[in-house]
Design a protein around this ligand. Structure first.
Ligand SMILES: [Zn+2]
Length: 450
């Protein structure tokens, strides 16, 4: 008996190992499937923005598969889009649009796990998600992807995105990922194709098109490309506006321990207000460009949007309740970049400005946990908490751990969760692993419920 005990023990451990492994894989799969019962493999979009009517005409071809043959419907976020027809393999499918939800009835017994392609034809108007400026002319997406293509707003769902954008022949376009050769069409317009093959959340999909001047530079292996209205910027001025981009690229790569993931990063100055990160590019208003030409140090926004390529895009909040992991960290990393570029006083100014805003919120009795119960209708105070208190928390953590340990742990967090969607608990755990310090009390004080 005694001789056999170790064998049984080994067998038990082996069994336990496999039961746990199967459970973990099962849970991970359920996590992804549970949201919808199906999985998107890729979004392929053909979109024609029409300047005369400020409208869009689109055909989405979505590659997907169902988890179970019994799945009878799937839902997409489709904003205020007018859905004209839905087809699967040439067969028309019934659908229903309730509010912003598009519910599609699937044919009986779709084979589980088999690739399918759903086609959705739709039209839409220039809206919160899409801004037309016929005078420039310019058209650009802004914030709400489901206002210009049916998709999944959930930041935890990642998929590749291929775009074919039909534009008047004189326009220059910027999209996600890599540009393919443009194609002439019989109607005189041109089709601009952009392929993003890295899976990304759909809120990071977008495009901008206009009469842009352009310039470029290299940052290591990454090509930097700069765009702005040709009526307002020369290529030489664009070089000046974005003169610090290569340095930002090097700084964020160094602090993250993760190389910039795409062949190119593009920065676009748009007529009208703009400040947003997208997969592989970012947009800012022409006023940003003018400000930087006027004052070399006014590069806060450029650094902030660039930081998002790592914190926000590379690592994404799993739900908007953890939005501070996108914005608080990007805001802190902006201050950290400005410290590197202009010295510790600039960093201190940024942090103290954030602290002053936070203390005012606290004094007014509006302080709350950085993890929100929901992010459906955030107030200006909620936004300030996410950006300002969020960045302040990172600064306090840096103070607590000391520079060397903080940056080591921060690098561990970034590398560990690269390409993933995360929650606050993942951030806490990674910072603890990287620093060897129990941060329970710190997170209780700064991050959790007030
Ligand atoms: Zn941001």
């Amino acid at each position: 008996m005694t001789g056999r005990a170790p064998v049984y023990g080994q067998l038990l451990r082996w069994l336990l190992h496999w039961v746990l492994a199967v459970l973990c894989v099962g849970l991970a799969a359920t996590g992804a499937w549970a949201q919808t019962g199906w999985r998107v493999a890729q979004f392929n979009l053909e979109l024609e923005p029409r300047f005369d009517t400020k409208s869009i005409h689109g055909t989405l071809r979505m590659d997907f598969s169902v988890q179970q043959a019994s799945l009878s419907q799937l839902s997409l976020d489709a904003g205020a889009l007018q859905i004209e027809a839905v087809e699967l393999a040439g067969r028309t499918l019934p659908f229903e649009k309730t509010g912003s939800q598009l519910r599609i009835q699937l044919p009986a017994a779709l084979k589980a796990g088999t690739p399918q392609q759903l086609q959705v034809r739709y039209t839409g108007a220039g809206s919160a998600g899409l801004r037309f400026d016929p005078d420039s002319p310019q058209v650009a997406t802004a914030f709400s992807t489901s206002q210009w293509m049916p998709c999944l707003d959930d930041p935890a769902v990642r998929a590749p995105f291929h775009l074919s954008l039909v534009l008047p022949p004189e326009l220059v376009s910027v999209g996600n990922g890599s540009p393919k050769a443009t194609q002439a069409r019989a109607d005189g317009k041109r089709s601009h194709r952009w392929h993003l093959d890295q899976p990304m959340p759909s809120y990071l999909y977008g495009f901008a098109a206009g009469l842009f001047a352009r310039a470029q530079a290299m940052a290591g292996k990454t090509r930097l490309e700069y765009f702005g209205p040709a009526s307002q910027f020369t290529p030489a001025q664009l070089q000046q506006v974005f003169a610090d981009s290569a340095d930002m690229h090097a700084f964020f790569e160094q602090r993250s321990g993760v190389p910039y993931p795409l062949p190119a990063y593009r920065q676009v100055l748009l007529a009208g207000p703009a400040a947003q990160e997208m997969a592989g590019y970012s947009v800012m208003g022409v006023r940003y460009g003018k400000r930087v030409l006027d004052k070399r140090a006014a590069i806060w926004l450029g650094a902030h949007e660039f930081a998002h390529q790592w914190w926000g895009n590379g690592i994404t909040n799993r739900s908007w309740q953890h939005f501070w992991l996108n914005e608080g960290i990007a805001t802190f990393m902006t201050a950290a970049y400005l410290e590197h570029r202009f010295g510790v006083e600039t960093y201190a100014d940024n942090i103290e400005a954030a602290r002053a805003k936070y203390l005012a919120i606290q004094a007014a009795g509006h302080d709350r946990s950085l993890v929100f119960p929901d992010w459906d209708n955030p107030s200006a105070t909620d936004r300030s908490l996410v950006y300002d208190k969020g960045s302040l928390v990172l600064h306090e953590l840096r103070n607590l751990l000391g520079d060397a340990t903080f940056w080591k742990a921060f690098k561990h967090y970034t590398r560990k969760h690269w390409g993933q969607s995360v929650e606050t608990a993942d951030f806490k755990k990674a910072m603890e692993e990287g620093s060897g310090v129990d941060l329970t009390a710190f997170f209780k004080q700064w991050v959790e419920a007030r």
